[in-house]
Design a protein around this ligand. Structure first.
Ligand SMILES: C[S@@+](CC[C@H](N)C(=O)[O-])C[C@H]1O[C@@H](n2cnc3c(N)ncnc32)[C@H](O)[C@@H]1O
Length: 302
């Protein structure tokens, strides 16, 4: 039990405690000042390496990263409720697929595939929504060009040459549904800016469906010895789960499903925007290693 020396004035003990507290806080961190640039040496070379991955083609030496997942694969990978949300869209609604690769998921949505395919229930019976595919590099194939010409009237659009964050709100407009399957959410160097942009592009009531692979799972079921791909830490270097960070955003409802049975622990994430005043706690990139996907570590703004 602590004892108090009654001969020492109360303000002096309080001042001493405050001084000790300041010393402890300074000793613990933060690991690096938010305003400094604590990035690893050689990070620019990693960015250049990543650019090469975006530009790589099968012909350049084999398959490097997957760009042709169709709607069935999206239905398997994205959180539950994605198919129903897509099937509910009407002809005046809009769907944005960020990091669309070849845009195969959008093509499958428009062009009936096998009626028994798992994605069939995503298509619904109503006239189809307008769809926009975004990719850094142009991965369109002839089937996209032919289908876009057949549908006409800009029903499906493919935008490339820029990252999501480089488009103005006017260029893209607003969307009821946004998806990202191993796209910008997995590859971006500025995670908070990316999420902020996605939320600004969503209509109120609209939803963003994505997944994060190689992350600390919300329910803690990731196994010991996991090699993580995306890590978040607070200013003292303590681990923060991606879902905990997302759940601090204002004006959204975040649902996370944990998948620990896959090759890497994967969090399936649905973010529903409930009002327009969204605000995302900022992240700063502190480590980056090029790859498909890249390995990234972000520090949260204290
Ligand atoms: C691995 S591919 C995935 C393609 C597709 N979603 C699939 O599952 O087949 C990654 C895609 O994300 C795109 N991408 C990465 N970062 C992006 C960003 N910040 N903005 C837009 N697209 C991005 C790449 O250009 C590419 O089209």
């Amino acid at each position: 039990m602590r004892t108090v020396n009654s001969s020492v004035p109360r303000w002096q003990t309080a001042a001493a405690r405050l001084a000790i507290l300041i010393v402890i806080i300074q000793a613990l961190g933060p690991r690096a000042g938010w305003s400094q640039e604590p990035v690893q040496p050689g990070i620019k070379e990693e960015f250049l390496e990543q650019e090469k991955i975006y530009r790589s083609r099968r012909a350049d030496g084999g398959r490097v990263y997957t760009t042709d997942r169709g709607l069935s694969r999206y239905a398997e990978l994205l959180p539950s409720g994605f198919c129903e949300a897509l099937s509910r869209l009407g002809s005046s609604d809009r769907w944005l697929d960020i990091g669309a690769g070849q845009g195969q998921a959008i093509l499958d949505y428009y062009v009936p595939e096998d009626a028994a395919a798992p994605a069939e229930k995503c298509r619904g019976s109503a006239p189809k929504a307008r769809a926009v595919a975004i990719s850094i590099e142009d991965r369109r194939r002839d089937n996209w060009k032919q289908q876009a010409a057949r549908l006409g009237n800009d029903r499906i659009r493919y935008l490339s040459g820029k990252r999501l964050g480089q488009y103005s709100p006017e260029e893209l407009g607003k969307f009821q549904l946004i998806t990202d399957v191993y796209g910008g959410f997995t590859y971006t160097e500025d995670l908070s800016r990316f999420v902020d942009k996605v939320l600004k592009l969503l209509e109120d009531g609209g939803s963003f469906y994505t997944l994060a692979t190689g992350v600390h799972l919300e329910d803690g079921t990731d196994k010991l010895g996991t090699l993580y791909l995306t890590e978040l830490e607070d200013a003292f270097g303590r681990e923060v789960k991606v879902c905990s960070w997302l759940k601090k955003i204002s004006c959204v409802q975040v649902t996370c499903e944990s998948k620990s049975d896959l090759k890497r622990p994967t969090q399936l994430i649905k973010i529903r925007k409930v009002c327009s005043d969204t605000s995302v706690q900022r992240t700063k990139l502190v480590e980056f290693e090029a790859g498909y996907p890249p390995a990234r570590c972000f520090q949260l703004d204290p």
